[in-house]
Write a protein that binds this ligand. Structure first.
Ligand SMILES: Cc1ncc(COP(=O)(O)O)c(C=O)c1O
Length: 354
């Protein structure tokens, strides 16, 4: 991995490449001028294929949650929302929807699993919106959005999808899923620094406006001006860095990138299993093991995490009820095969001597 003396397997923020970090120190364009307009335009052009849709892509300056709240608030206001909850980020979607929806329900299962297809189907009646996290970063489960979107479509339920830890690393098929909106991230599979929230709004009808700073209607209005803009001062250096990261994504090629993530996750899973380490996630029919985040059970997880950190290999611990029980390693953005091998050999060493 380039760009730092530590090996960063944290599932975001990842370590951006040196080229992306250098873009942060470029002179800042005037945010109401030609140069910013073309920067924002290029970001849109480079990013839309990552979402699998050619509709409006707006960028909110803020972390991914800003984009999520901007979308959820405007769509579910006064409506009935159902959230699929089987991890921390599903919990968060539910929490946000409960602040705005007329009724906020959940269909849930133990973290690391998924609800069954029947459970989801039977929960969909009397619901206007279904909220789903594509890749549940807290457990390492990628939900089967092809299937979930079909179930929602069959019942006339609109779909909102959090693709924060999948976009740019796994194929996201916004148009095929027929999602109203998709909420992305830049600091994970895209390989940019954190602080920008890309939101793909495929269909604006039904969007009733969000809180003042997070009202996507004002982002749409600014996007459609002759000189493309944002309604408020954008985090300019982050826009330059995002463009540099997106150029790298396309230099590699989307298909190649998706395959690399898949292959690295497989190598990691195989290596862990060869060491007798049990994988944590047990997805049922609504999901599969993630190719961007792998979670595993290790005795003394926190001590092992600290031991790895001491030698410069950063992995993440568990969140919420999984704290101290699991470790999580991301195969995202610039991680290479040799990095995964270094992680595995250090882990082997620590477990042998521990
Ligand atoms: C799936 C998912 N959704 C939402 C978020 C929240 O992102 P942020 O902390 O950038 O607001 C994360 C961050 O890890 C995530 O993995």
């Amino acid at each position: 991995m380039e760009g730092g003396s530590i090996l960063n397997f944290i599932p975001g923020p990842v370590t951006p490449s040196p080229r992306v970090m250098r873009a942060l120190s470029q002179p800042m364009p005037y945010h109401r001028g030609e140069e910013f307009s073309s920067l924002y335009r290029e970001i849109g052009e480079l990013m839309r294929p990552l979402f699998g849709s050619e509709e409006d892509l707006v960028i909110v300056s803020g972390s991914s949650t800003a984009g999520i709240e901007a979308g959820i608030s405007g769509f579910v206001r006064g409506r009935r929302a159902l959230t699929l909850v089987d991890g921390k980020f599903g919990e968060r979607l539910h929490l946000i929807s409960s602040m705005y929806a007329r009724e906020a329900r959940r269909v849930e299962s133990e973290w690391g699993t998924t609800p069954s297809q029947e459970e989801l189907e039977s929960s969909l009646s009397g619901v206007d919106f279904l909220l789903v996290v594509h890749n549940e970063t807290s457990t390492g489960v990628e939900h089967d959005l092809d299937l979930i979107a079909d179930l929602a479509k069959d019942r006339g339920v609109d779909l909102l999808v959090d693709v924060v830890s999948s976009v740019g690393g796994v194929e996201v098929r916004g148009d095929e899923w027929g999602a109203k909106a998709l909420f992305g991230g830049v600091q994970k599979c895209v390989g940019a620094p954190p602080g920008l929230a890309p939101v793909m709004v495929r269909e604006w009808d039904g969007y009733r406006g969000g809180p003042f700073y997070l009202d996507l209607l004002s982002y749409r209005e600014a996007l459609r001006r002759p000189l493309r803009q944002t309604p408020f001062t954008p985090a300019l250096p982050l826009f330059s860095a995002l463009r540099a990261a997106l150029r790298e994504v396309h230099d590699e090629g989307l298909e190649n990138r998706f395959h690399r993530h898949e292959r690295l996750a497989e190598i990691l899973r195989r290596g862990l299993e060869e060491m007798g380490i049990e994988l944590f996630a047990r997805p049922r029919d609504l999901g599969r093991l993630s190719s961007t985040v792998t979670s595993f059970l290790v005795p003394g997880a926190e001590e092992v995490r600290q031991e790895l950190a001491r030698i410069g290999v950063m992995v993440a611990g568990g969140q919420g009820p999984l704290k101290g029980r699991i470790l999580r390693a991301a195969t995202m953005a610039n991680i290479a095969e040799r990095d995964v091998k270094i992680l595995l050999s250090n882990l082997r060493e620590i477990l042998r001597s521990g």
